[in-house]
Design a binder for this molecule. Structure first.
Ligand code: CUK
Ligand code: CUA
Length: 678
């Protein structure tokens, strides 16, 4: 891999790399660790910085040739950029993490469902209106549980324009614009209390799909658990995305009512299976829990009775037409295709799938749906063509209690491949391999695809090729563009739930461990290259995009830009237009920020006044960000940005306000006084 810009430096880098590798190999042969030796630091670790040349460092740190290769692959010289960008969910931190690959450097934390003070996210009037969350009980909601980021796609490939992510806790979907990496919209599902299988997008991002999770009465109503089968329902929601406006249009969106199985991970068909979506489910037992009660059964046992659950196979095109034809009911102002209609209009089919499945992942060409049963050592590969044939021939093994036709398992399955314990999620590469995370084995399994992928590798099709240990309990994994129509190969990141002994002890709450794996070589060659601790939230899923597909702005396009509307703010203030306008008891401040003053520096109001305060950063220089701190407000004003705070001046006094970014030599002087007169 070359990250150099000029041919000369490239040549030298290659030479240098070879020299180091050779040194490493020689060093390893000569100074092979004998179990002793090396300068020991605290806790038995070798000291990182040793005097001397590369060879003596390698020796003293007891590095193997593989270690040296890993270091050379992941080290990013200062000023060089990563090949890939990874967007990882921040779990119950409620954000999105942006990480450079292969260096695994944290580039950004995008505030989404949770206020992010240093970005002013959720602190300005504009951004608070986006967060504006209400929890299930009607109270203000200031967190989210982000699980599945989905990059926008064109023709089934990431296009680098938008990112969507769900909030499992409160059934919301957020839209992030990748021109400025800021959240633009959060939609609350009017029918669902929680979600999980999504967000995922259709191949041209016309639809953002949000799959449900724990069944409940639709629309936030009450029903006794004794009425579970009658009154509780599952759900999948199809949000219409307007790419031009950069936002979801709830009025054109709809949901499909599903049986009260617990829908889980989901994926969209592509290419040959374009127009279809696939959702896993578990708890087709319809267990209602209550293990603490006499004679009660814990969910753990109740949801795992049956050998098969149901892969939901949904004809999205037909669903869209059915919704357009008005065959919907409206609940809380939102359209829903009733379960009976979904069954009678041939929108919904079930494929039996073993056993308490978690992930469903569609192969790059859209031919197969790979399902992982948490309690089954196999991945089960369904053939889209076989399912279509079964529909055409009306070949079903029966119907579920809600009238949904069920495929005959044997007639729609292509293969089952035994991989190991606790398979969860699958990704793909450009060499005809699939990669499945094995939670219980703490391993990533590489296995070979068959069918049209057979010609890409020399392994026997549909077989386990290699299992590589990861530390520990891997959940999702993400390969570079690994869930698109054109996976890149190269790198894979295992998103491990437990880190146990991998890092210095930071107390009982440990970081997650993201491990970078080299998958560029075929066959059984795979190597863990890097461990990245995540001490913010638990990343569930992530997606990795080629970095050059992201066309982010350097500065906002115009002075006075409102990121929330992606247009010039009516409250934009230019130099010379700064003013304080009083209208009765309302005082409106139009302020500018530029190195190194806030204008005006004196703002006088009377106790009881309502104050609306707009700040515009009039800088055009890249990275010339100013902050604005006053009481419990903090704004981050990137070059060109306008934001607003408002408050009532309830307490007389003198309040300094100041810039929170160390923006210039005279940054400390970038301040002023708010005087609240009695
Ligand atoms: S889930 Cu977390 S490991 Cu929400 Cu996709 Cu599978
Ligand atoms: Cu502006 Cu500090």
């Amino acid at each position: 891999m070359a990250y150099e810009t000029s041919d000369n430096s490239k040549t030298w880098a290659v030479v240098a790399a070879i020299v180091v590798v050779v040194f490493a190999a020689i060093g390893w042969l000569i100074f092979r660790p004998s179990g002793e030796g090396g300068a020991q630091g605290p806790g038995g670790a070798t000291l990182t910085r040793m005097p001397g040349d590369a060879n003596s460092i390698i020796k003293n740190r007891q590095m193997s040739p593989e270690d040296v290769l890993a270091a050379l692959t992941t080290y990013m010289p200062s000023g060089k950029h990563d090949d890939y960008m990874m967007f990882a969910s921040g779990g119950h931190g409620g954000q999105v993490l942006v990480i450079g690959v292969p260096s695994m450097r944290l580039l950004k934390v995008i505030g989404v469902f949770t206020p992010e003070p240093w970005q002013g996210w959720g602190f300005s009037e504009e951004t608070r209106a986006v967060i504006n969350g209400k929890a299930g009980d009607g109270t203000d909601l200031l967190w989210g549980d982000t699980h599945h980021p989905a990059l926008s796609e064109t023709n089934g490939e990431y296009d680098g324009q938008f990112l969507f992510i769900n909030d499992k806790a409160s059934a919301r979907v957020a839209v992030i614009d990748l021109r400025d990496f800021e959240t633009k919209q959060i939609v609350k599902n009017p029918l669902a209390i929680n979600d999980h299988g999504g967000a995922f997008v259709t191949p041209d991002t016309e639809w953002v799909i949000e799959g449900g999770q724990y069944a409940h009465p639709i629309g936030g109503k009450y029903a006794s658990l004794a009425d579970y089968k009658k009154s509780y329902r599952g759900l999948v929601t199809c949000w219409k995305f307007d790419r031009k406006k950069g936002s979801i249009d709830p009025s054109k969106s709809f949901a499909i009512e599903l049986p009260p199985y617990w829908q889980d991970l989901s994926d969209a068909g592509k290419l040959v299976s374009d127009g279809w979506i696939f959702l896993n489910s578990f708890n087709t037992e319809m267990a209602t829990g209550g293990g603490e009660k006499k004679g009660g059964v814990w969910f753990e046992a109740g949801t795992t009775q049956r050998d098969m659950d149901y892969l939901h196979v949904i004809n999205l095109k037909k669903a869209i037409a059915t919704a357009a034809a008005g065959k919907t009911t409206t609940i809380n102002g939102f359209r829903m295709i009733p379960l009976q209609t979904a069954a009678s209009e041939s929108i919904l089919y079930f494929a039996p799938e073993p056993k308490s499945p978690h992930g469903v992942d569609v192969t790059p060409g859209g031919e197969y749906m790979v399902v992982s049963g948490k309690l089954d050592p196999h991945v089960t590969i369904f053939s889209f063509q076989k399912m279509m044939d079964a529909i055409k021939n009306k070949s079903f093994s029966g119907k579920d209690p809600y009238g949904v036709p069920i495929f005959d398992f044997k007639k729609v399955v292509e293969k089952q491949v035994e991989l190991g314990l606790g398979p969860l999620h699958t990704q793909f590469d450009d060499k005809g391999y699939a990669y499945t995370s094995l939670f219980l084995d703490s391993a990533v399994a590489r296995w070979s695809l068959g069918g049209p992928y057979e010609k890409l590798h020399s392994d026997k099709p549909w077989t386990l090729v290699k299992k590589i240990p990861v530390q520990y309990n891997v959940g999702h994994l993400a390969a570079a563009e690994g869930d698109t129509a054109k996976p890149a190969g190269h790198f894979l990141v295992a998103l491990n739930k437990w880190s146990v002994d991998r890092f210095a002890n930071v107390g009982p709450l440990l970081p997650q461990n993201l491990q970078l794996v080299d998958i560029s070589n075929p066959g059984d060659k795979m190597q863990v290259l890097y461990d990245m601790p995540i001490g913010i939230g638990e990343p569930h899923y992530s997606q990795i995009i080629k970095a050059d597909k992201i066309k982010a702005w350097d500065v906002y396009p115009e002075i006075g830009w409102s990121p929330v509307t992606q247009s010039k703010s009516p409250k934009a203030t230019t130099v010379g237009q700064e003013r304080i306008v009083r209208n009765g008891n309302t005082v409106e401040v139009f302020m500018t920020a530029i190195r190194s003053h806030l204008n005006p520096e004196h703002v006088e109001v009377k106790k009881g006044d309502k104050v609306i305060w707009h700040v515009t950063n009039v800088e055009r220089a890249r990275d010339a960000t100013h902050g604005f701190a006053l009481f419990n407000h903090n704004l981050s004003l990137e070059p060109g940005e306008t934001e607003t705070i408002s408050f009532t001046a309830t307490k007389e006094g003198v309040y300094p306000y100041y810039c929170t970014e160390f923006c210039s030599a005279l940054h400390l002087e970038m301040t002023g006084y708010l005087l609240v007169k009695p």
